[in-house]
Design a protein around this ligand. Structure first.
Ligand SMILES: Cc1cc2nc3c(=O)[nH]c(=O)nc-3n(C[C@H](O)[C@H](O)[C@H](O)COP(=O)(O)OP(=O)(O)OC[C@H]3O[C@@H](n4cnc5c(N)ncnc54)[C@H](O)[C@@H]3O)c2cc1C
Length: 460
């Protein structure tokens, strides 16, 4: 793997990403302030003096804020490369959850407050008013359909409900949110006075809607079609690595022009087998060399188990690359890679692909029984000077992230003993959610600044 010159200069791309995050943050808050300002300028505050007018006015404000956040939500999840690179999947998913629930609550408040206000502030008349608004006002029937879609999407994302549903069923239901946002548009245009009362407002809303739609069309639909048509990926080999773990090698055309780097992941579909319509995310387990890609997969369910039987020649469709667990996030010369189980895959690729001097990179590998990539990591130790520390066995307690170690050291003392300068490094961390949270806690206690922790979990 040869790194791009920019990747070798730690911090350059990290600074760029930080600027992108600042711009995205400021743009979102300015948009929210702007729509609030328009609400104030339209007499929103004065209307609060009366009970019924006040309800309607607050209903308008909550509707405007909900619409702005829903559009931001769509853009955030449209897989826009610049945003993906700046935030990374874990952070994007957290922001998505926060803006998603906030916009949904605001939307519900909008429906209740507007209807209540139109019913002259009398709660008893609200259901009848809701019916009248739905059947009499243009676009409202569609908006009700849109609200139902958003309800479906949000209710199934509540953690307790989410756990009861298979991932793919949940994902399919979640896509209804796009339909929900799309169906809400007409009523905003036909009945929303805030949208049409001045040219600047009309331009603002059409631009926001246009950007959201374009982001979906270009990055979620167009780019993957183009990339797959261009690279025409096929499986070249499937190699067992350990019990219920295989590596899949993939080759294609012009792979040297596929802009990806060690530590990133793709969503994969292996054609010609049942369930190919479901994409599963897998990280590259070797640094891309311009000729092959390699993933290493542990059986977790039907999709991953089926990879064992995939034959060479099988056509592969990918979406990606995604994630910023890569050279992109790096700011320091020295690094620590900490991984558990199959979470070692992107770290194995990073140990190969990152630029470092002997002794500057240390890898901590945690596993219960089978050590993945044992020989490959040993080779990196000898050839590149990668320091290796393995932590085998069952964890010593549910509150500790590793197995038995000599002495009575707690997790923080042990980490400081193994890597005394841990707080001065970039740390790349990958593994199951609960485990990474324990490590993160220890790293926080060790004084590692948040911006130097680069984290990926294998479940969301
Ligand atoms: C960014 C990322 C990188 C990953 N890299 C690797 C890797 O290199 N090697 C590896 O073995 N595993 C990796 N995983 C985990 C892997 O994606 C899941 O184990 C796999 O998708 C399970 O699919 P399944 O059909 O076999 O099982 P299912 O029965 O469908 O699911 C088993 C478990 O995996 C979760 N899961 C299923 N599909 C997805 C999905 N599309 N996204 C997120 N979670 C899902 C489910 O919630 C469930 O808990 C990664 C996950 C993420 C999020």
């Amino acid at each position: 793997m040869t790194e791009s010159p920019a990747a070798v200069l730690p911090g350059r791309r990290a600074n760029f990403d930080s600027t992108v995050r600042t711009i995205a943050f400021v743009t979102l808050w300015l948009s929210l302030l702007l729509v609030t300002y328009w609400w104030v300028a339209g007499g929103g505050v004065q209307e609060l003096a009366g009970w019924a007018t006040g309800l309607t006015s607050l209903g308008r404000l909550t509707g405007l804020l909900a619409a702005a956040l829903l559009l931001a939500q769509v853009i955030l999840m449209a897989r826009v490369p610049m945003l993906e690179a700046a935030y990374g999947q874990d952070r994007l998913a957290r922001i998505h959850r926060l803006t998603g629930f906030t916009s949904f609550n605001l939307m519900l408040a909008h429906v209740v407050l507007i209807t209540w206000g139109y019913a002259a502030g009398e709660l008893g008349k609200t259901p009848a008013m809701l019916w009248d608004l739905t059947v009499d006002y243009p676009g409202m029937l569609l908006a009700v359909g849109g609200t139902a879609c958003l309800c479906l999407s949000v209710l199934t994302s509540i953690k307790a409900a989410r756990r009861q549903i298979r991932y793919e069923s949940w994902h399919l239901l979640h896509l209804y949110a796009y339909l929900g946002v799309g169906l809400a548009l007409p009523h905003q245009l036909w009945t929303g006075q805030e949208f049409l009362s001045s040219t600047s407002r009309t331009v603002f809303w059409w631009t926001a809607w246009g950007l959201a739609a374009a982001a979906i069309l270009v990055f979620r639909i167009g780019a993957p079609i183009w990339r797959n048509a261009r690279h025409r990926l096929r499986v070249t080999a499937v190699v067992p690595e350990a019990d219920r773990v295989v590596s899949v090698y993939v080759a294609g055309r012009h792979l040297d022009q596929l802009r990806t780097e060690a530590g990133q992941f793709f969503s994969w579909r292996f054609l010609g087998r049942p369930g190919w319509t479901r994409a599963n995310p897998y990280s590259l387990s070797a640094a891309p060399d311009g000729r092959h890609l390699r993933i290493t997969v542990q059986e977790a369910g039907d999709g991953s188990a089926a990879l064992r039987g995939v034959r060479p020649g099988t056509r592969v469709l990918v979406e990606g690359p995604f994630g910023r667990l890569s050279a992109r996030a790096r700011t320091e010369r020295r690094i620590a890679l900490i991984g558990a189980g199959v979470g070692i895959t992107p770290l194995r690729a990073l140990a190969e692909g990152l630029d470092y001097a002997p002794g500057d990179a240390v890898l901590i590998q945690r596993y219960t029984e089978h050590q993945l990539f044992r020989n490959e990591l040993q080779a990196l130790h000898h050839q590149r000077g990668l320091s290796l520390l393995t932590l085998p066995g069952h964890r010593r307690s549910p509150h500790s992230w590793f197995g038995p170690v000599p002495g009575e050291l707690d997790d923080l003392q042990a980490l400081r003993y193994w890597i005394p300068d841990i707080a001065d490094r970039d740390v790349y961390l990958c593994g199951p959610d609960a485990w990474t949270q324990l490590v993160k806690h220890t790293l926080d206690a060790a004084g590692l600044p948040a911006e130097r922790l680069h984290l990926e979990t294998f479940k969301w």
